[in-house]
Design a protein around this ligand. Structure first.
Ligand SMILES: C[S@@+](CC[C@H](N)C(=O)[O-])C[C@H]1O[C@@H](n2cnc3c(N)ncnc32)[C@H](O)[C@@H]1O
Length: 218
């Protein structure tokens, strides 16, 4: 899987973490699909032939970029704490937490490719991340101080499951932050976000080049 990632993506800075003048605020590198890599133009049928799910791991998603940027801007939210990045994808948020001084960072996703991508990305950024695979939503939240979740509200049933589980974690005094760029099932519109950013995205992926992304503390 790591060889597949290296062959089909490029190690690039996360564009959405640029400062307002186009400079990179904090160099955070992720193996990403872009217009010159084959996976960029692969169809679902191509991916199915390779036995791959849609490559969530190959892009930094706008909701996750907002969470990563919050953590890089306000490292005190995670410094010295045990942090879980759930639905980690590329592991971008986990890497931001490790860079910002979290004591331990655990990342999780149900997709095995995300494990390979997260560990490769952690290596590229010189940080250590632990991995726990499988569907953590089937059990109680693990023993952590902070849970970070980026871009998880794009499917109805998935959004409901996450919201229920994250709500239970928050009720147990875990600090829970969720970032979303206005996906269909984001339920957080009624309460005030703690941060808002215009995140630079890819027009091919999001059909716009800037997306307003918000982070809520549950
Ligand atoms: C849009 S991607 C976001 C990835 C990353 N957080 C980011 O913002 O770049 C959503 C991710 O949720 C993962 N996912 C879906 N259901 C999940 C579950 N029950 N537990 C953990 N991850 C899940 C998918 O595999 C995918 O990697």
């Amino acid at each position: 899987m790591k060889a597949f990632i290296r062959a089909n993506t490029r190690l690039l800075p996360v564009a959405g973490l640029c400062d307002g003048r186009g400079g990179i605020r904090q160099e955070l590198l992720i193996w990403q699909a872009d217009e010159i890599t084959p996976i960029w133009s692969a169809t679902e049928a191509d991916l199915a032939r390779e036995g791959l799910d849609p490559p969530f791991w190959a892009f930094p998603w706008a909701g996750g970029q907002a969470v990563a940027r919050l953590i890089l801007d306000r490292p005190e939210l995670v410094r010295g704490k045990r942090v879980l990045d759930i639905a980690a994808g590329s592991g971008m948020i986990a890497i931001a937490a490790a860079t910002s001084g979290a004591a331990e960072v655990l990342a999780n996703d149900i997709d095995l490719m995300c494990e390979a991508a997260t560990l490769l990305n952690a290596e590229a950024n010189g940080v250590t991340i632990s991995w726990r695979g499988g569907d953590l939503l089937q059990g109680p939240p693990p023993e952590v101080d902070v849970i970070l979740a980026g871009d998880i509200f794009y499917q109805k049933q998935m959004a409901e499951r996450f919201l229920d589980w994250l709500g239970r974690a928050a009720a147990q005094d875990v600090d829970v932050y969720a970032g979303d760029p206005g996906r269909a099932y984001a339920p957080l519109g009624g309460s005030a976000p703690i941060a808002e950013y215009d995140i630079e995205t890819t027009a091919d992926l999001e059909s716009v080049t800037l997306r307003r992304s918000r982070v809520w503390k549950l």
